[in-house]
Ligand binder design. Structure first.
Ligand SMILES: C[S@@+](CC[C@H](N)C(=O)[O-])C[C@H]1O[C@@H](n2cnc3c(N)ncnc32)[C@H](O)[C@@H]1O
Length: 225
């Protein structure tokens, strides 16, 4: 992190995070590893909704299958389920949501969130897809019905195949380079041809060509082989 920001000492880096909002957010995200929110990086979700989801749904219809890998407390897979509702995807279009942390998965299944989880969520989605009760926003059953939560360790457990879309965002930060490369290779194998991987906004798949992917835009890769 220090090198990434061009700093030579902890002191310089510390001064930077005190005054630079982006550096500060990144630092905090790394400290609090379950940190997430609905529609994190909203412009990327708009891109997903407008550019990739319609085509993927057209191709797979009710067999559409997505995977939110490292889903934390559920904000990411529920965001995707909201977009599926918005696009009137067939009821069979589903999201598998996995994480290594069973406690966080309990929270995800409950689907109740504080207002701060919704800061990047368009107001119209909040009105349509959440119920507000006693200070919390509850994800509506139609959205919940599309998501299946399961414990899964990305570094150990077998991967399902034939996904149309894989989201793995802000998970690999602590992984060694070799583990990251292996993970992306396994993700690529788990996608169907034409499927998309959506990564976090500080992440890159360096070995994308080798594993049969092409860059369709920053943070989105498509399986071509
Ligand atoms: C910062 S959260 C990211 C949440 C969401 N993807 C997002 O971008 O908002 C990282 C999540 O990755 C999970 N995680 C870390 N190592 C994992 C592993 N080996 N297998 C599965 N999940 C893992 C953590 O438990 C945590 O919930």
């Amino acid at each position: 992190m220090i090198r990434k920001w061009g700093k030579k000492s902890y002191q310089d880096y510390f001064e930077l995070i005190l005054k630079d909002e982006k550096a500060q957010k990144e630092f905090l995200d790394r400290l609090t590893i379950n940190v997430t929110e609905f529609f994190r990086n909203p412009d990327k979700w708009e891109e997903l909704k407008n550019k990739y989801l319609p085509q993927l749904l057209k191709e797979s219809g009710s067999k559409f299958k997505a995977w939110s890998a490292g889903c934390s407390s559920g904000e990411e897979p529920y965001s995707l389920a909201i977009l599926l509702e918005e696009l009137k995807a067939p009821l069979g279009a589903k999201v598998l949501a996995t994480d290594i942390d069973i406690n966080i998965l309990d929270k995800a299944r409950r689907g109740a969130y504080e207002e701060r989880s919704l800061v990047s969520t368009p107001k119209k989605y909040i009105e349509k897809y959440f119920e507000y009760r006693d200070g919390l926003y509850y994800v509506k059953p139609t959205v919940k019905a599309r998501v299946m939560f399961k414990r899964h360790n990305l570094l150990q457990d077998p991967f399902e195949k034939n996904f149309d879309l894989i989201l793995c965002r802000n998970v690999v930060i602590y992984f060694e380079m070799k583990a990251k490369e292996e993970l992306y290779r396994k993700f690529a194998e788990s996608l169907r041809k034409g499927g998309i991987i959506f990564v976090g906004s500080t992440e890159r798949i360096f070995n994308y060509r080798q594993i049969g992917l092409e860059v369709v835009s920053p943070f989105f890769y498509k399986k071509v082989k």
